[in-house]
Design a protein around this ligand. Structure first.
Ligand code: UDX
Length: 426
């Protein structure tokens, strides 16, 4: 099938490469000329395992193309997949500017029949709005079908998640559109969940909200473990043995971040409130996440009461390992709070750095802890687990190790002479 994917961000680019890999002829378009130029020269704008080679292979076999000629491509293709960004507005609602722009361009350029598939995460009712908007702009109702096909890919494993999904969700206004979407993923073995347009939109939000709720739940239990002297890892193991709970997304830590969970929770809360639903649980999930940094700053201050002029090293800047994405990173929020205390902040990250003059960023792991009074592990990069901890301790001035992702064994850390503080364990 010939497909036009609009948007060459995380989702658009990965989906384009995967659809090409599945045998389709894909043109990925973006108005960002520089990005398209880079892609056409064999470069890749993001750090994502396996994506560069997948793009390269399919580009060379002429199944994947990149173009900044958005309107031309829209008019030439019968199948259009919208994968543009849907950032948050100040009030938590979704900024649909990019989606609206694409809908306008489709309305302007439509000649023959189009199947319009929404991949972008959009609030409940958006796909229905899209139909009304196209008709209002004078497009013949017979000329298009709309379908919703949300993505569930995680940064760091985006390619693998797309090739081996747990489910394919298809929200469609009719059988013809549903069939078309299903045929895109021929070759992928996953259950297909067929629902309405709004049903698909809500599956996406409910999935992310549920995962975020699991994280906030375990983080709250970790706070209780702390005050009663229990180990969250044992509690986690004990509850996860029940298949109704399962072990995934139960790692206590500094809280969730990234481009999806914070934004999607705010959007869902906004959508609920628009219809006079009080989203009690969803708001609590956010509250636990927002106060998680306070908990660990308090622990730092308990051990080092006057932080002013002290040297604190933070390992890990990204919102999670195996990505270079700093969006809504809890680590960055923690660093901002540390700077407010007047301490000197040193950082290290395996793939990225911080453009902040107030922070001293190091490109060498062991150098980053030299003379530090405390080390905070903010992201669980594998490299940290494998560090020579004896060397780390020797380089430091102080002994506080704040393991905000519970990557180390407390007893082992103590053997090296650290004063170890984990999340719900010490
Ligand atoms: C998420 C969803 O998982 C994915 O399905 C969706 O399509 C996009 O949003 P992503 O943002 O890439 O993916 O990251 P994810 O792996 O879900 O992690 C989100 C945050 O939760 C990270 O900050 C991570 O550190 C944190 N997390 C995750 C925990 O704190 N504990 C856990 O047990 C798991």
């Amino acid at each position: 099938m010939d497909i036009c994917v609009v948007g060459a961000g995380y989702v658009g680019l990965t989906t384009s490469a995967v659809l090409a890999e599945l045998g389709h002829r894909v043109t990925c378009v973006d108005q960002d000329r520089e990005k398209i130029e880079l892609l056409n020269q064999g470069g890749i704008p993001i750090y994502e395992k396996g994506l560069k080679s997948l793009v390269e292979t399919n580009r060379k076999s002429r199944k994947l193309f990149f173009s900044d000629q958005v309107i031309d491509s829209l008019s030439q293709h019968q199948v259009i997949m919208i994968a543009v960004g849907t950032p948050s507005n100040e009030d938590g609602s979704t900024n649909l500017t990019y989606v609206k722009n694409v809908v306008e361009l489709i309305a302007k350029s439509i000649g023959g029949h189009k199947t319009i598939i929404t991949k972008s995460t959009v609030p409940p009712g958006t796909n229905e709005w899209m139909i009304r908007s196209l008709v209002d702009q004078g497009v013949d109702r017979q000329l298009f079908d709309v379908a919703s096909n949300p993505e569930f890919l995680k940064e760091g494993t985006a390619v693998d998640d797309s090739l081996h999904p747990h489910r394919i969700v298809i929200g469609a206004e009719n059988k013809r559109a549903a069939k078309r979407v299903k045929s895109l993923f021929r070759g992928i073995h996953a259950p297909v969940i067929r629902t309405s347009l709004t049903g698909a939109e809500l599956i996406k939000y409910a999935s992310n909200a549920f995962l975020a709720a699991k994280i906030s739940f375990v983080n709250e239990i970790a706070r209780i473990c702390d005050v009663y002297g229990a180990d969250i890892k044992d509690v986690q193991k004990g509850i996860a043995a029940d298949p109704r709970i399962n072990p995934f997304f139960l790692n206590a830590g500094l809280g969730y971040g990234g481009s999806c969970f914070p934004k999607d929770l705010s959007a869902l809360i906004h959508s609920a409130k628009l219809k006079a639903i009080d989203p009690i649980l969803l708001e609590a999930v956010i509250r636990v996440n927002e106060t998680q940094i306070d908990v660990y700053l308090n622990k730092l201050m308990q051990r080092i009461p006057g932080l002013k002029n002290k040297q604190i090293t933070v390992w890990g800047l990204t919102f999670k390992p195996d990505t270079d994405d700093l969006r809504a990173s809890q680590s960055i929020k923690l660093i901002q709070r540390l700077l407010q205390t007047g301490c000197s902040v040193h950082t290290y990250d395996p793939v990225t750095d911080l453009k902040n003059d107030q922070v001293i960023h190091h490109s060498k792991l062991y150098e980053s802890v030299e003379h530090s009074d405390a080390l905070i592990i903010a992201t669980e990069w594998h490299q940290f687990l494998e560090a020579d901890w004896e060397r780390v301790k020797k380089n430091m001035n102080g002994d506080l190790l704040l393991d905000c992702r519970n990557i180390l064994d407390p007893d082992r850390a103590k053997k090296y002479g650290f004063y170890y503080v984990g999340v719900g364990r010490s």
